[in-house]
Every structure is written in C-alpha cells, then in structure tokens.
Design a binder for this molecule. Structure first.
Ligand SMILES: C[S@@+](CC[C@H](N)C(=O)[O-])C[C@H]1O[C@@H](n2cnc3c(N)ncnc32)[C@H](O)[C@@H]1O
Length: 223
C-alpha cells in the first residue's frame, strides 16, 4: 500500500530543490552530453531501436532537456515532462520542437499505448519504493507493444534525504537486481544493462546503471 505521507514529502522535496537549482542546472549541464561519449553511444543504440517520427516521452527533462533535444534532433516526436514548474518554464523558453508539460511521473496523464518509447535519465532516482510498482505499471500502460524504454540511475544502496545547498531532496540508488525484477514483473524484456564507473571527473562520482528494455506483455488490468 502506498505511504502517502512519504510520497508527498519526497515529491515536495524535489519541487523545492529543482525549483531552486533549475538555473544552475541549465548553466552547468546544458551541453553535458557533448562531453560524455558513453552516454551519447548509449542514446545512439537506443535510437537505433526506434523509427523516425516515433513518439517518445522524456521523463524528468529538467531545464536543460538534454536527452529530449537529442531525440528531437534525430527525428523523433518528443514530449518532455518534469515535476518542477521552473524547469519546464525554462525549457519551454529556450527550446523549440518539443512539447513540454509540467507533470508528475506518478500521475502520467496519457492514454494507453501513446508512446513508442520512453526515456528516464536520472529521474526515477527521486521515486520512493512504495511508488515503483505503480510507476512501472504505467510505463507499460502508456507504451505501445514492443515499445522501448531507456533508464539510467545511480547504483548502490543509498535511500533517504541528500542535503545539497541546504535543501534536502529525496534521493535513492538502485541495484541491477531491483531494476531487473521491476521490469520483469511489469512485462518488459531486458535488451541491455550495464553498470559503469564514474569515468568523467566533472560528474558526480557514483557508479551508474544504464539499461534498455522492451515491452513484451500487456499489464493493463491489475495495477
Ligand atoms: C537529476 S535531474 C535529471 C535531468 C535530466 N534528465 C538529465 O539527465 O540531465 C532529475 C529530474 O527529474 C525531475 N523529477 C523528479 N521527480 C519527478 C517526478 N515525480 N515527475 C517528473 N519529474 C520528476 C526533477 O525535477 C529533475 O528535473
């Protein structure tokens, strides 16, 4: 059963945090992808599984919309969502050709089978355990059959509040086993999963998990 108090507290911490740091993120990470060949290669492999003009949802696009812009520039129809109003406002002001919506990934307001693909780069790191089943159920629901999903997270066993610039934000890491179980339970087949070291000295020094999976079963009825 969902622990509403924990969910609401974690959500509020994210809004407070990203509504505060959206401009720093924009200034620091705008062109980060150009400096990360590992991430670009991963995104390119993901793109190879998707057709031009397919619809993709980028979850947690932030103010920088790094991944959303990559998908747009490679011929996809892109929707970017984020919980933070400031992030969405900034992305809307700076980038064209992408539909930006302020939306909580825990309340995905899209019809069944809307998208051919979903990307969630370092955004499910802000989701408490009690919400994961509902979230992965919804990933399945809004994806078309054989739709693809790319997820990246920090690896490890941290679970709690991380105090950065005096604003505590709910943050958690994952293990490969956890992610494999969630995807399997919610009708996905793993295509690739890799854990990488912090190879760039300018990034937060953590191990990271990168995975791509495919929806192979419908999970409509038993949320
Ligand atoms: C670490 S940033 C990652 C940004 C970007 N994807 C990247 O890789 O550079 C996490 C983003 O997820 C967003 N986020 C956190 N919880 C969310 C939720 N429940 N629904 C939608 N977005 C959320 C935050 O507002 C933030 O912009």
């Amino acid at each position: 059963m969902t622990n509403r108090i924990e969910t609401e507290k974690a959500k509020k911490s994210c809004i407070d945090y990203y509504d505060n740091v959206y401009q720093d993120y924009y200034d620091t990470y705008l062109d980060e992808l150009d400096k990360k060949p590992y991430d670009k290669d991963f995104l390119t492999r993901f793109l190879d599984l998707i057709k031009k003009n397919d619809r993709i949802l980028d979850i947690g696009c932030c103010s920088t919309a790094q991944q959303a812009r990559f998908f747009r520039d490679n011929g996809l129809i892109v929707t970017g969502i984020d919980l933070s109003g400031k992030c969405i406002e900034t992305a809307k002001k700076n980038f064209t050709g992408i539909s930006f919506l302020q939306m909580d990934m825990l309340d995905l307001n899209f019809d069944n089978e809307t998208f051919h693909a979903i990307s969630a780069f370092y955004s499910i790191i802000h989701i408490p355990n009690e919400n994961l089943d509902g979230l992965f159920f919804d990933f399945n629901r809004i994806l078309k059959m054989y739709g693809k999903i790319a997820i990246t997270v920090h690896a490890g066993d941290f679970y709690g509040y991380f105090d950065e610039n005096g604003i505590p934000v709910f943050y958690r890491t994952y293990t490969q086993i956890q992610l494999k179980e969630l995807l399997d339970k919610h009708g996905f087949r793993m295509i690739e999963i890799e854990q990488r070291q912090p190879v760039y000295d300018f990034e937060f020094q953590s191990e990271r998990i990168y995975l791509i999976a495919e929806k192979t079963k419908m999970r409509m009825a038993d949320k």
